[in-house]
Structure formats: C-alpha cells, structure tokens
Design a protein around this ligand. Structure first.
Ligand SMILES: NC(=O)c1ccc[n+]([C@@H]2O[C@H](COP(=O)([O-])OP(=O)(O)OC[C@H]3O[C@@H](n4cnc5c(N)ncnc54)[C@H](O)[C@@H]3O)[C@@H](O)[C@H]2O)c1
Length: 312
C-alpha cells in the first residue's frame, strides 16, 4: 500500500517512539514528511538518518499555534502522536498533562481544519480505566482512572466535535501497549534491569497486571490504514491484538529468551503506580473487519526482534 506517495504528511511527535517508526515507513513509501516535535521525550537520533532521505524536521511545540500552523499548511494528512505520555506524570501534574494533551490536541485540530487535512488521533486504552468486560469493545463505556486517560478521552471528544461541526475527517485510535526498538514501558524496563543485574528482577506491582502488547510495525500498519481508508473517517478503533499477557508471564518469557537461569524475581506489590490499570485486552474486531487490519507479529517474534535490535 503506497497510497500516501507524493502526499504532504505531518507527524506530530515524529521524533518519538511510534512517530519515528511511522516517519521511516512514510519516507520509504515516498510521502513528503514533516516531523513536528519539541523533543521533550523524543530523540533526534531516532530520525536523523531520515533527514538525508527527505524528512523535514521542525522543532516545535503543539502549544505554539503559529509554529504548528506553519508546519501543517498544505498538508493532506496529520498524524497526531505528540503527547504527554506518562500516566504517573499526569497524576503529579494534571495541568501540564491537560495543556499538552487537551489544548495541544485542540490546536492540532484547528491546524488540520485550516489545512483541510485528515487527522489521525492517537488515543489510548486508558480511556476505559478498569473495564469489567474483556476483551473490551469500542462501545464499552469509558471510565478513565488517570488524568492521562481523561485527557485522551477529552481529546477524542474534541475530535468528534470537529468532525461533526466542521466536517473534518478524523480517525481515533485507542492504542493498547506498543513495543519495539526505541520504545519505552515495561519491556525495555525489564530488559535494562536484567542487563544491569542478570540475577535479579524487581517487578513493580503484583505482576498480575495484564497488557495487550502490539508490535510497532503492526501499529504503523494501522496508522496508515486510518489515514487512507475511505471508511475510517469518524470512527474509533481499538489497536490491540486481542490477547493479554500478565507482567509476571512477560518477565518469565524475557528471562527465558535471554537464556538466564536462577533469576530472583520480586514484586513490590500493590499498584505499580497511581492511575495504573489492571488488565487490558482489546476487542479488535472492528479494526479487523472495517480496516482489514491483521496484527502480524506475535509477542514471541516481537520480543526476538526487540532483543536482537539492541535498542531498548
Ligand atoms: N506507546 C504506547 O504503548 C501508547 C499507548 C497508548 C497511546 N499511545 C499514544 O501514542 C502517541 C505516541 O506515543 P509514543 O509511545 O511514541 O510516545 P513518545 O513519548 O515516544 O512520543 C511522543 C512524542 O511527542 C513529543 N512531544 C511531547 N510533548 C510535545 C509537545 N508539547 N509538542 C510537540 N511534541 C511533543 C515528544 O518529544 C515525543 O517525541 C502518544 O500520543 C501516546 O499517548 C502510545
């Protein structure tokens, strides 16, 4: 699929984990790509080589409407990935989280409206909080338990408003746990801890928390489908594999993959951090049926790819 060949595309958060993988694929496909990022958590290293292949990088903040509108002028698609992405940080500084994730998203919507671009918004499974129904479908009531989940939910509502009132084409993705090279979260946390001390591993929480892990290439595939599918506009899609793996199981898998023996695994107990969710598992049938999206990479394959990349 090279539907974006020759098109002007902006990726907010383009120097971040998912954004940098997306920029790479877009450049490979011949799109004219601008990565817009304030480098607060993203790294120029993730995209530096792409600049030789035509990637334009703009260091800017989504709270700066002038810079944002300048960068997005004439764009046909905007992937809005820039965000304050930490749940614990959102519990410490709800205001900053809101300024970036809510006001920033409003600014991106306004820029998309001015440019007449389709917007793909990266929401999160955090909008569900701790749902009783698993796998959780998009129709399940939202009930965020962190400011991060709340700010993503409010962002979705702003997207819906622009869609309804201004005819903007918006696609919302409720993303579960993405992993891969240059990523963050529990997988690199375990891998880095074991690199330092291969005989012990401390797990935050009870280890019974479950996550639906999606490999980053599958994430990029659904971002491209969301940007190009004529039937995607105005829709919300869960992005998960439909399976859940407990953090305890994940620790064991990683230890096995690394070929380590006699590792002492300990659990801090309780909540890993304030606002942490219990078990996440996507009902992905909507993305499968409407977008024909099929996650290709199993957790075992993805783990192998990540470990052999060495970038964690
Ligand atoms: N990785 C996941 O598992 C996951 C799960 C659910 C939702 N998401 C969402 O997907 C998107 C991408 O996530 P990621 O994992 O790549 O995160 P990331 O932190 O690696 O990337 C976010 C990028 O946004 C940039 N950024 C932050 N604030 C900004 C601002 N004010 N202006 C401009 N740029 C800013 C950062 O520098 C970073 O490069 C985020 O919106 C995140 O909330 C990710």
């Amino acid at each position: 699929m090279k539907a974006l060949k020759g098109k002007a595309v902006v990726v907010t958060g383009g120097a971040g984990f998912i954004g940098s993988h997306l920029c790479r694929t877009l450049i490979d496909q011949g799109a004219k790509v601008t990565a817009f990022d304030n480098l607060s958590s993203g790294k120029i290293d993730f995209i530096e080589d792409l600049m030789d292949d035509g990637l334009k990088f703009v260091q800017g903040d989504i709270r700066d409407t002038t810079a944002l509108e300048k960068a997005t002028r004439n764009s046909e698609v905007i992937f809005h990935l820039a965000a304050q992405t930490s749940v614990p940080f959102s519990m410490e500084d709800a205001k900053e989280d809101c300024e970036v994730n809510v006001v920033g998203t409003l600014n991106v919507l306004e820029a998309a409206k001015k440019a007449g671009a389709r917007l793909v918004f990266s929401s999160s499974c955090a909008v569900y909080g701790n749902p009783e129904k698993r796998p959780t479908p998009e129709t399940y009531p939202t009930h965020p338990i962190s400011f991060y989940g709340l700010s993503k939910f409010i962002g979705e509502n702003y997207c819906g408003f622009y869609q309804e009132n201004y005819g903007l084409e918006v696609v919302m993705l409720r993303i579960f746990n993405v992993y891969g090279p240059n990523g963050h979260g529990v997988l690199p946390d375990f891998l880095n801890k074991l690199r330092k001390t291969p005989d012990e591993l401390e797990v935050l929480g009870t280890g019974r928390q479950g996550r639906d892990f999606v490999y980053v290439s599958d994430m990029v595939a659904i971002l491209l489908l969301a940007a190009t599918s004529p039937v995607a506009a105005g829709q919300i899609f869960n992005v998960g594999t439909g399976t859940t793996t407990s953090v305890r199981e994940l620790a064991n898998k990683i230890i096995e993959f690394l070929g380590l023996e006699g590792v002492e695994v300990s659990f801090t107990g309780g909540l890993a951090w304030e606002g942490d969710m219990d078990i996440t598992q996507a009902d992905n049938s909507k993305a499968v049926n409407i977008l024909q999206w099929r996650p290709q990479v199993s957790l075992e394959e993805g783990l192998k790819k990540l470990i052999s990349s060495g970038r964690y």
